[in-house]
Design a protein around this ligand. Structure first.
Ligand SMILES: Nc1ncnc2c1ncn2[C@@H]1O[C@H](COP(=O)(O)OP(=O)(O)OP(=O)(O)O)[C@@H](O)[C@H]1O
Ligand SMILES: [Mg+2]
Length: 368
């Protein structure tokens, strides 16, 4: 059997030095890293410093027995996923049931048979590895679904809006045709993007980074957000050098990064105010700033802004709704380009004159 679990850390908890020695010797043959503890209390201290991948736990021990130790380990969110195998002299049926009830995955009886020991350890390490990878891919799939649903909302919402207008005035169609095409192309690109990201996580694809003209990109993204700007009578002031280029993946930069940041700036701006976009360039980096004069964010919210599992969503200044996945996606993409993001915000409730949010995105780039 191939050993994928090489270098896994195994904690042996036993009060008999001889047992530790025998177990340790057997496991070291397979390059496992061994940590030892002589009783339950010591084991709890050890795991605070080093998290093992698996625990071999004696049942009969002074101070704290194996059952109590197991219970404590399973009660602690940090250690509850570590597989525990009990070491026992002879299996009493009551003990067996009690151990499984407490969350142990297996038993090994003394005297130890080295082949059996290695097989059981390998099996449980393998199971743990598989369940971690499953959890990771689940999380990843959830994120991809969010991207699909979240980022498709803007272009498809725009198409819906235009179609509603053409019901009232068919001539509008011709006027809006170019923007409709952009929205349709964006939607197709987003779907393509999700496919690519899936391939990316499966190791079948590399993110296609290119230098793109920043101002042009922003102007394109702007197209489908225009109705929202008009609805709130917002002025977008763009001060970006035509020659600045940034290193990004096109589709995600336009549809996820720029679009989400601008949508937020619009959503949390008060009507009749301004949004400023500017960029500065330093050696091989370009920093883009998006600044609004809106309601701002409390500190507690800022802290959780990039987390998928923490909801930070609030309605906009005219009641616009959201899902709260915009910023986590922006963060994910900017990181994937090797860039960084920083946010400063002042709440209106703190200062009724000087308030708003400023987002800085730093990317690799320069002058054309
Ligand atoms: N420019 C901003 N001004 C004030 N608050 C903001 C700004 N940008 C983001 N926030 C706060 O952060 C929250 C999370 O933003 P995010 O873009 O992740 O989600 P959302 O805008 O609520 O929903 P979605 O983007 O899915 O439509 C917002 O609901 C808001 O509370
Ligand atoms: Mg948003």
């Amino acid at each position: 059997m191939m050993n994928n679990n090489k270098n896994s850390k195994i904690l042996i908890v036993d009060d008999t030095p001889k047992n530790i020695q025998v177990l340790g010797k057997t496991l070291e043959q397979k390059d496992y890293e061994i940590i030892v503890a002589q009783d339950g209390l010591q084991a709890l201290k050890v795991v605070e410093k080093t998290l093992p991948d698996l625990i071999l736990l004696d049942i009969m021990m002074p101070k704290m027995d194996g059952f109590e130790t197991c219970k404590r380990l399973k009660d602690n969110p940090k250690t509850k996923e570590i597989p525990i195998i009990f070491l026992t002299a002879k299996i009493e049926i009551d003990d067996l049931v009690k151990g499984f009830d407490l969350g142990a995955v297996d038993y090994i009886t003394k005297p130890f048979n080295s082949k059996e020991l290695l097989r059981r350890v390998e099996t449980h390490l393998e199971l743990k590895r598989k369940s971690e990878s499953l959890e990771w891919s689940n999380q990843n799939n959830r994120e991809l679904i969010h991207i699909l649903c979240h980022d498709l909302t803007n272009p498809i919402g725009f198409i819906e809006g235009v179609l509603q207008l053409t019901d009232q005035d068919p001539f509008i169609f011709q006027e809006m045709k170019k923007s409709l095409w952009t929205a349709v192309k964006n939607s197709i690109n987003i779907i393509d993007q999700v496919r690519k990201m899936q391939a990316l996580t499966e190791g079948k694809y590399e993110l296609d980074l290119n230098l793109v003209p920043l101002k042009l990109f922003i102007q394109e993204s702007m197209e489908i957000l225009k109705p929202k700007l008009i609805a709130k009578n917002l002025e977008l002031v763009i001060d970006i050098d035509d020659h600045l280029e940034v290193m990004v993946e096109r589709t995600s930069f336009s549809n996820s990064v720029i679009n989400n940041l601008l949508t937020n700036a619009i959503k949390f701006s008060y009507p009749n105010t301004k949004i400023y976009m500017s960029a500065i360039h330093k050696t091989d980096q370009v920093t883009l700033s998006i600044k609004d004069e809106g309601m701002g964010m409390p500190k507690g919210l800022l802290k959780d802004l990039f987390k998928m599992n923490k909801s930070t969503t609030r309605p906009g200044t005219i009641g616009e709704k959201g899902t709260g996945f915009g910023m986590p996606l922006v963060y994910r993409f900017v990181n994937a380009y090797g860039g960084g993001i920083e946010i400063f915000s002042k709440e209106k409730s703190h200062d009724s004159k000087d308030h708003g949010t400023q987002v800085y995105i730093t990317l690799k780039g320069g002058v054309q």
